[in-house]
Design a protein around this ligand. Structure first.
Ligand code: GCB
Length: 596
C-alpha cells in the first residue's frame, strides 16, 4: 500500500480503481407504494475535510479493517460518530456547521439471498436526495455517482449484493461548484448530506418503473396516460383500476415497455376547495402498485389561468425547505409548513428554489394546495460549462419523473432570475421543450428579475418568454429598487399570457418597531407599508393571475450580514420561530379579500 503522502494527487481528480456500475436507471415512481425497507436512522460517519478518501491512497471507499498487527488504515468507521439520515449534516454536530466538503456515511444491512433468488426479485437502493454530489459504494465496489442536491436517484444492487451482511457507503460532498446547479452564489444555507429518506426497494424481474395518469390537457374527463415497464420481459399486459369510478382498463406494453392508456370517467375534480384523491391501482401479472391520485385540469386561455375550466387567482407564498434552522425532511415538517401557508390564506405555494421532499408534495395533494415546483436553475448558472445541458435535462427529468402524478403541482419552473444571453437562451428554450414533452399536462414557467421602469411603463423583454405558458416576475420596488412613480401609476405592458408576481418582499426583524423612515428601517412597520404599496400596484394589473410574497418565514442565509439579519434573510412574514410580523396581516387580509 502506498502510505507515502502524494501531494501531487489532486484529490478531486483522484481515480478509483473499480469501474462504475451501469448508469442509474430512471428513478422508480411511487416510492411509498413499493415493497421497501427503510435505511433511515443512524449512519456511521467520517468527516473528510480534504476529500482525501476518494483516491486510491486513503481509499476510504474500500472500507477496510486491519486484520494483522502491522496493518494500519488511517480511517475507520467502527467507532466513528453517527449522523441521522435523513437530515443535513451541518446542524447535527457543531463542528460541521460550516462544512462545505465531504462526509462518508456507512450503513450495514442484511440480505436474505435465498428468498430473493427464490422469488426472482431485483434489489435497488433509492436515495430521496443527497446534497450535492454523491458517490455510492457497496462492499468496496463503486455503484455510481449522482449530481444534484434535490432530486432522487437509485442504483441496482441485484448482481452485487451478497448473502448476509452488506455495507453501503456514500461519499457526499456539498462544495459549491462553478458548474453546479445551483452554482456558487445562492441565497440559502447550503445544507449538505443525506438530506432525504434512503430505502431498499424490491421489484420483480420486470417492474413498473413509472406511469403518468393525468387528465389530457383539453379535457375534464379523459385520461391520456401511459405505464412504463422496465426489465427482462417488458412485453406485458398492464391494468389500471380506479374502483370508486368503475374504471378497469387494460393495455399492452410494447418491446420498449411502454403501454399507452386512454380512458374516460366522471371524476370529482381535484381542487383546493375539494382535494379529492382516488385510489389508483397499476398492475402487471407480476406486480401491483397503489397510489392516491387527484384529477384536475390546469390551462391557460389568453391571459387567464383556468383550473378545471374556471378562472383561478393564485393566492401564493414562497417557502424554503427549512424548519427550526435545519433542512426540513419529514411529513411532520411538511405539515407545519403547509399549515402556515393555509393560515395565511394561501391556495398556492412556490417551492423555491428546488424540488422538495416527496412527503410535502403528497401532503399538498391531500390539503388542496397548488404548487409551483422548480429546479435549482438560479442566478449565476454557467450555461456554457461542459456537460451543463445534460445536467439540466437530467434534473428536470428527475423532478418531473417523481411528481408528474401530483395534482397539486400545476407549474414546472425551469429557472429563477437567469440573465439572457445566447447560451442561456438556447439552454432554457430546450429545457422548456423537454418539460412539455415529458409532461404536456402542466404549465411551464420561469421567474424573471425585473422589470425596469421606462417612465411609468414596466415590461420584461426576454426571448425565453415565448417558450413559457405563464410569466413569473420577481420585483422588489421599495427594497432593492426605488419607486420612480406612485404604485398606481405603474403601467404594466401585457404579455398576452397570465402574469404571476412570483416574488416581492422587504426585510424586517420581528419585534423591531419604529417610525417608517430610513433611520428606522428593518422594522415591521416599514415592511407592512412596503406590502401595502405593492398591493396598490397589483390592483391595477388586469392580467395579474397570482402573487407570492417573498417569503413566508425568515430563513438562514450566509449572505445576510447585517446585524439585524444575523445570518437570516429577514423578508419573512413570519420569524424563524413562526411569530407573525405586521406584514403577515396585510397579506392575510388581501387574500381574504381576493378570495371573495
Ligand atoms: C430574489 C431571489 C431569492 C432571494 C430574494 C432576496 O430575487 O429569487 O432567492 O432570496 O430575492 O431576498 O433577495
Amino acid at each position: 500500500q502506498g502510505y507515502a503522502p502524494r501531494p501531487q494527487e489532486r484529490v478531486s481528480d483522484a481515480r478509483i480503481s473499480t469501474p462504475d456500475a451501469e448508469p442509474a436507471s430512471a428513478p422508480l415512481t411511487n416510492l411509498p407504494g413499493r415493497k421497501r425497507r427503510s435505511l433511515n436512522g443512524k449512519w456511521q460517519a467520517l468527516v473528510d475535510g480534504y476529500a482525501a478518501g476518494m483516491g486510491d491512497w486513503k481509499a476510504v471507499w474500500k472500507d477496510r479493517t486491519a486484520t494483522g498487527k502491522s496493518q494500519f488504515f488511517e480511517y475507520g468507521f467502527d467507532d466513528s460518530v453517527t449522523l441521522d439520515v435523513p437530515g443535513d449534516f451541518n446542524t447535527q454536530r457543531p463542528e460541521l456547521t460550516w462544512l462545505e466538503g465531504s462526509v462518508w456515511y456507512r450503513k450495514a444491512f442484511e440480505h436474505d439471498a435465498a428468498a430473493a433468488a427464490r422469488e426472482e426479485r431485483r434489489l435497488f437502493v433509492h436515495f430521496g436526495a443527497a446534497n450535492y454530489r454523491a458517490d455510492v459504494f457497496l462492499n468496496g465496489e463503486k455503484l455510481g455517482s449522482h449530481e444534484g442536491g434535490f432530486t432522487p436517484f437509485q442504483f441496482e444492487l441485484t448482481e452485487r449484493v451478497k448473502p448476509g451482511e452488506n455495507r453501503l457507503l456514500v461519499h457526499v460532498n456539498n462544495e459549491r461548484r462553478k458548474d453546479g446547479i445551483p452554482a456558487q452564489g445562492f441565497d440559502w444555507f447550503n445544507y449538505g448530506g443525506l438530506t432525504r429518506d434512503v430505502a431498499l426497494i424490491e421489484t420483480p424481474k420486470t417492474y413498473i418503473q413509472d406511469y403518468s395518469l393525468q387528465l389530457a390537457p383539453d379535457s375534464l374527463r379523459r385520461v391520456d396516460g401511459w405505464v412504463q415497464l422496465a426489465g427482462t420481459a417488458p412485453r406485458q399486459p398492464v391494468r389500471v383500476r380506479i374502483r370508486e369510478l368503475g374504471v378497469d382498463v387494460r393495455a399492452q406494453a410494447g418491446a420498449d415497455g411502454r403501454a399507452p392508456l386512454h380512458f374516460e370517467a366522471s371524476f370529482a375534480l381535484w381542487s383546493p376547495a375539494q382535494p379529492k384523491l382516488y385510489r389508483v391501482e397499476v398492475s402487471t401479472p407480476e406486480e401491483s402498485l397503489q397510489e392516491d391520485i387527484g384529477f384536475r385540469s390546469i390551462a391557460v386561455h389568453g391571459d387567464e389561468l383556468l383550473l378545471n375550466g374556471k378562472p383561478l387567482f393564485l393566492r401564493g407564498v414562497n417557502v424554503h425547505e427549512e424548519i427550526d434552522g435545519r433542512r426540513a425532511h419529514s411529513e411532520a415538517d411538511a405539515q407545519r409548513m403547509l399549515e402556515q401557508a393555509k393560515q395565511m390564506g394561501a391556495n398556492f405555494v412556490r417551492l423555491a428554489h428546488y424540488p422538495y421532499n416527496e412527503h410535502l408534495l403528497r401532503l399538498a395533494d391531500r390539503l388542496g394546495l397548488l404548487l409551483w415546483e422548480e429546479i435549482p436553475v438560479y442566478q449565476g448558472i454557467d450555461f456554457a460549462a461542459a456537460g451543463m445541458q445534460g445536467k439540466l435535462e437530467a434534473m428536470l427529468a428527475e423532478m418531473i419523473g417523481r411528481d408528474r402524478n401530483r395534482a397539486s403541482v400545476i407549474v414546472w419552473g425551469i429557472a429563477n432570475e437567469t440573465t439572457p444571453g445566447p447560451a442561456r437562451n438556447a439552454a432554457l428554450t430546450a429545457l422548456a421543450q423537454q418539460a412539455r414533452r415529458l409532461d404536456p399536462a402542466r404549465l411551464i414557467s420561469a421567474a424573471f428579475y425585473g422589470p425596469g421602469f421606462h417612465g411609468r411603463a414596466l415590461t420584461v423583454a426576454d426571448p425565453l418568454i415565448a417558450s413559457l405558458d405563464v410569466v413569473g416576475i420577481n420585483e422588489y420596488f421599495g427594497w432593492y429598487t426605488p419607486w420612480p412613480v406612485e404604485p398606481e401609476q405603474a403601467e404594466w405592458k401585457p404579455f398576452g399570457k397570465p402574469l404571476l408576481i412570483t416574488e416581492f418582499g422587504a426585510e424586517a426583524r420581528y419585534g423591531h418597531h419604529g417610525a417608517n423612515d430610513v433611520a428606522n428601517a428593518w422594522n415591521e412597520e416599514f415592511q407592512a407599508e412596503f406590502y401595502r404599496k405593492q398591493l396598490r400596484m397589483f390592483a391595477r394589473i388586469p392580467f395579474l393571475r397570482g402573487t407570492a410574497p417573498w417569503v413566508m418565514t425568515d430563513f438562514r442565509s450566509p449572505v445576510r450580514m447585517h446585524p439585524l439579519q444575523s445570518g437570516y434573510n429577514r423578508k419573512g412574514l413570519l420569524s424563524e420561530r413562526g411569530e407573525r410580523k405586521l406584514a403577515w396581516q396585510v397579506i392575510h387580509d388581501y387574500y381574504l379579500e381576493v378570495a371573495r
